[in-house]
Design a protein around this ligand. Sequence first.
Ligand code: BGC
Length: 757
Amino acid sequence: MKKKIQGLLLIAVLSALPAAAQRKNIDQKVDSVLKLMTLEEKVGQMNQYNGDWAATGPITKDGDKQNQIRQGKIGSMLNVTGVDHTRTLQEIAMQSRLKIPLLFGQDVIHGYRTIFPLPLGEAASWDIEAIERSARVAATEASAVGIHWTFAPMVDIARDPRWGRVMEGAGEDPYLGSLIATARVKGFQGKGLGNVDAVMACGKHFAAYGAAVAGRDYNSVDMSLRQLHEVYLPPFKAAAEAGAATFMNSFNDLNGIPATGNKYLQRDLLKGQWKFNGFVVSDWGSVGEMINHGYSKDNYEAAMQASNAGSDMDMESRSYIQHLVKLVKEGKVKMAVIDDAVRRILKKKFEMGLFDDPFRYCNEQREKAQWNNEANLQASYDMAKKSIVLLKNDPVNNLGFRALPLKENPAMWMQGNTSTKIALIGPLVKSVKDHLGFWSYDWKDDTARIKTLWDAVKLKAEPGAELLYAKGSGIMDTSRAGFAEAVNVASQSNFVIMYVGEERVFTGEAKSKSNIHLPGVQEELIKAVMATGKPVIVIIGAGRPLIFNWTAEHVPAILYTWWLGTRGADAIADVLFGDYNPSGKLPISFPRAEGQIPIYYNHYNTGRPAANDSDMNYVSAYIDLRNSPQYAFGHGLSYTKFAYSDITLNKKTIRPGDKLEAKMTVTNAGKYDGEEVVQLYIRDRVGSVVRPVKELKGFQKVWLKKGERKVITFTLTVEDLRFYNEQLQYVYEPGEFNLYIGGSSADVKEVSFQIVK
Ligand code: BGC
């Protein structure tokens, strides 16, 4: 009790100190602990093991983890959750000589107990506040079960939907990606480390993991430093600036050097130029994998290279624990390298308040209160609705009306006493766990909290409508045996809702695909159902952009719904019926064919740009396919229509210090209230290095009642027009610029201005 009171007093005294004094105070404490530590204990802090539910029980094949904790050989564990488990292990850490608390880390990627949409889905909301809120809820739930640290956000830019981890990031754009990286770090870390509902964030995977050659996971990356700085690093920089407590390096080699052993990335850039004062954890086993890369002879050399390069903690490769002591004794790794790493790790343990009270995250009451928390569910439901993208909503063939939204849409419903028949067809209609997507936990009682689409539509449609069901096919089926039943059910109905896509485990780590077409015979199933002539709405659930060209061309109404989390089906039903007007915009381009990949909107013009999609005359184009994506970055429709006026500028030329104001009026010219993401792009016409045809530089999400109009103003300065020149200096250059505003990267108004000296 006395100890606890002392701890509380310490926290009170600490929080009363000004920030700089607090930092100094923590630095002094870290130093005083460091002085007491043996080399073996220091190396122990740099060692992270996977938890093992048996860790609190019998001896594992790695030896007795409990004993290793007791001997101060483990600084952190991952995949140990629950107040009970974390407390048991922390109690053992308190039996070690110096009583240094353990850090418990976990991949809390899009929610812990309450699952939110996939990060890529959330990015489609372009709603930075909502994204921060989502991370906040995740942190609140995770911290309540004893977790101190999430291995998120993943801020890898991804231009390649074959790469399975595209689902885990914010898509292809560095500007949007940076804002989202900041929001997620802020959300996870809340009011700051040391608050009991904050978890440490981890910017990963440093760096350029998303540019794996051919989209194959863990594959090599080779790119110019300019491209690295301009496209792939900005979200990492943003995460560091937002105060991310930790970074994780990556599995890939970058220009021939594995990221884990990459001194330029970790020491020179991150800890040097960017002044990052947190610590870097390796990716799972990535220190040891440098042997496979052909960069290290053995684990001994790998430990030397990784630690010298600035990788502070070894996740699961056991290279550090086995070799670092010897390496220091032999002079291959300087004591200063070890001290720096341990200082960084201890500092975070102090900042988290774990030295004051190692059990402060072990509170059963909090754990219970967060387990089935209504407010958290509500937040995930809101986020789910915001993440849905309406790809298409054309009038139904020959019928002259749009199918969506269903509510108050007389063309879709039987009048009088006859009940409307709705066919629900497709392999995902009765899916439960798919809604959670990859990187989610499969709690035993989750099924009770997750609705199928069938249930969610039933709730809205009954009474008054009768629901008919046919699976049609499985996701991966080659058999068409179920088509006849699907066609039969469709024929009896007034309209058809189809739910097709991927399985939740098709997109994620180690889930790269060479073929990203809608799997199995699902597109044929859509064709068969469309042949009935009934109005058809297709919903696609997937973790990545899929290819579905026939559907895109022929089906009048298409919703892209990623995986939306615990309340996913309710959110989809709200959008179908019009209780929520969709406003999502694609954070990544959707290709027409795998052959177009990598495909991204912010490409260069080339010396022979195609004038349009059908220009193939010795220009940069394909002879068998159009250049444009099926759906462009920033695309997404609403049930209402937004009209954009021309753009006006307050001046045609700007100098350093000037503010360029671009104004335009957006009018809600449709029949529904709704929200639009107004996007601002620029193009630097001539540069000392070539510049992209468009670069996102701003956006605003505006809510307009039907008939309402609003003047939208964007402000730019020369600072927003900087880029990395050949010498990697971050500069702006005088010259002419185009400025575009619109509702998608492919649908904009245009003006021009100049930067003058
Ligand atoms: C992934 C990381 C993850 C780690 C721990 C690795 O395989 O690449 O993103 O944080 O495992 O689960």
